[in-house]
Design a protein around this ligand. Structure first.
Ligand SMILES: *Cc1c(COP(=O)(O)O)cnc(C)c1O
Length: 494
């Protein structure tokens, strides 16, 4: 399976291996890597996968995409990444909540957010890619985070041989717990720095360094090169395809559906990475009717799916679901490429960078709308949904998941669709304890992470995940703050 850039409009396309795509992250022309074709899964394949544990499902599916990797190496990496030790109780449990929807809990890993699903395995794949491509330089991972990616990447890459990592986070754009998780990170190859700006400023800064030839030359002279752990990297996306298939298997084996029945997924969305992995699963042949794209008040994707115009030139809101406070959803580029090809993609991305907006051709919009529905939940709806889900169904959801539940409720009311739906639950409620408690009607006494955890344990009636309790006792190691135009210097300062 070969990979190519979403912006490669030439007749003589430049193909790379999956190891190369994972190693470099972004293509040299600024596009994102995509497989040249999507492998197929039959219903019989899905039945086979149903009898296997998560790590084996992951090994099978990843091997279909990463064909240049040794299959037994992938299996070994999946066994380690999705072990009971890292994901106590299972990597992606499906919890039935009402007659029509179940929660796919993707936050039982070491950092309590769904980013672990990819970032526990990706460092292993990158490490192998360095060997497979004969790379002698060190890799320096640059991450812009809206909160959860940073911690998950730090935890995934800590003390991995041949790799260093720097994480930039928006100074006021992450929750107190997210900040503490990052600034207390342990490991000898890690660095964390705040950026004066929002997530888009941090992400734009990182993208600039990636495309800066002087920076690449300076790094090369010092014996390293830049790589990415953001969801623009194919190594992030591929592992996310697995849990869509896995959820389907579990829904079928539990008897809620028959093999072959179609289901819906509703996904709390920011950078469009998670839900796009669901689209790939659908393209592979997984019986998926609709993908419901759930946004918060930063509803740029809702508007796009409804009108075909993507317009980032709008007010930016800081919400209680900060990991979705994003106005440039990078992975949408992959969807446009898959539905419409490189010419349309390159044209749209040029307009986005010049005018901050673009409109896709009618044909593209039609294809997108045949799979996706777009909804958003404002702050009030999110809070009320969180409280009602706990009150009526005894299910404690975090703020991001509550955005999705609110959107699903709106979708169901509007469409009358009773299809079994999986709502992708992306974070532990304890990671966003302040807003979860407030939504439930209990105002915590302070923003101190320890007080917040204890308050939610009392109010929610369950124990906080062990990894969150542990960091309360760790010293803060990282206190630096830079302006967006100071990010490059920060990397090279030594
Ligand atoms: C990252 C994140 C999201 C958004 O996922 P995308 O892949 O960026 O769309 C949603 N919820 C949580 C908790 C996250 O950490």
């Amino acid at each position: 399976m070969r990979y190519l850039s979403t912006r490669d409009t030439s007749n003589d396309k430049k193909y790379v291996t999956s190891a190369e795509a994972i190693k470099t992250g972004l293509a040299p022309d600024g596009g994102l890597y995509m497989p040249e074709s999507i492998p197929r899964l039959s219903i019989d394949d899905i039945k086979d996968l149903s009898s296997l544990p998560y790590e084996k499902r992951a090994g099978r599916i990843l091997s279909m995409f990463l064909t240049d990797y040794d299959e037994s190496a992938i299996e070994e990496d999946c066994r380690t990444a999705y072990s009971e030790e890292r994901f106590p109780g299972g990597a992606a449990p499906l919890v039935p909540v009402t007659k029509t929807w179940s929660a796919l809990e993707l936050w039982h890993g070491p950092t309590c957010a769904f980013k672990d699903m990819a970032l526990q395995i990706m460092p292993r794949l990158l490490s192998r890619a360095l060997t497979m491509t004969g790379e002698s330089r060190r890799a320096h991972i640059l991450v812009a985070t809206s909160g959860d990616t940073g911690k998950a990447a730090l935890e995934g890459y800590r003390d991995v041989d041949g790799i260093d990592i720097t994480v930039f986070y928006p100074v006021d754009g992450v929750s107190p717990m997210q900040k503490l998780q990052m600034t207390t990170q342990q490991g000898s190859n890690v660095n964390v720095c705040a950026v004066e700006g929002n997530f888009d400023d941090a992400q734009t800064g990182v993208k600039k360094i990636f495309s800066d030839e002087d920076a690449a030359a300076e790094a090369d002279a010092k014996g390293f090169f830049f790589s990415s752990a953001n969801s623009i990297n194919w190594g992030r996306l591929a592992p996310q395809i697995v849990y869509y298939v896995s959820a389907y298997c579990d829904l079928a084996t539990s008897g809620r559906i028959e093999f072959g029945d179609k289901i819906n997924f509703c996904v709390p969305t920011g950078n469009f990475g998670n839900i796009f992995a669901g689209y790939i699963a659908r393209e592979m042949g997984l019986p998926v009717a609709r993908l419901i794209c759930a946004s918060n008040s930063n509803c740029v994707l809702t508007d796009f799916i409804r009108t075909g115009t993507y317009d980032r030139t709008r007010e930016f809101f800081k919400t209680m679901s900060p990991s979705m406070d994003i106005l440039i959803s990078s992975n949408l580029e992959r969807l446009i490429w898959l539905t419409s090809g490189a010419d349309v993609t390159a044209d749209c991305m040029k307009k986005l960078s010049e005018d901050g907006k673009y409109t896709v051709p009618a044909e593209t919009l039609k294809k997108i709308r045949s799979a996706f529905s777009g909804y958003f939940a404002d702050e009030k709806t999110t809070s009320e949904t969180l409280a009602a889900t706990f009150r009526d169904h005894g299910y404690l959801a975090d703020t991001h998941t509550s955005v999705a539940i609110g959107c699903y409720n709106a979708y169901k009311a509007e469409s009358g669709d009773e299809t079994q739906t999986v709502i992708v639950s992306t974070a532990s409620p304890f990671k966003f304890a302040h807003d979860v408690c407030t939504s439930l009607g209990y105002k915590p006494e302070s923003h101190d992470p320890g007080v917040l955890l204890a308050t939610l344990e009392r109010v929610g009636g369950k124990a906080a995940p062990a990894p969150l309790g542990k960091i309360l006792a760790l010293p803060v190691r990282f206190k630096d703050t830079v302006k967006p135009d100071g990010m490059k210097n920060y990397i090279f300062k030594g």
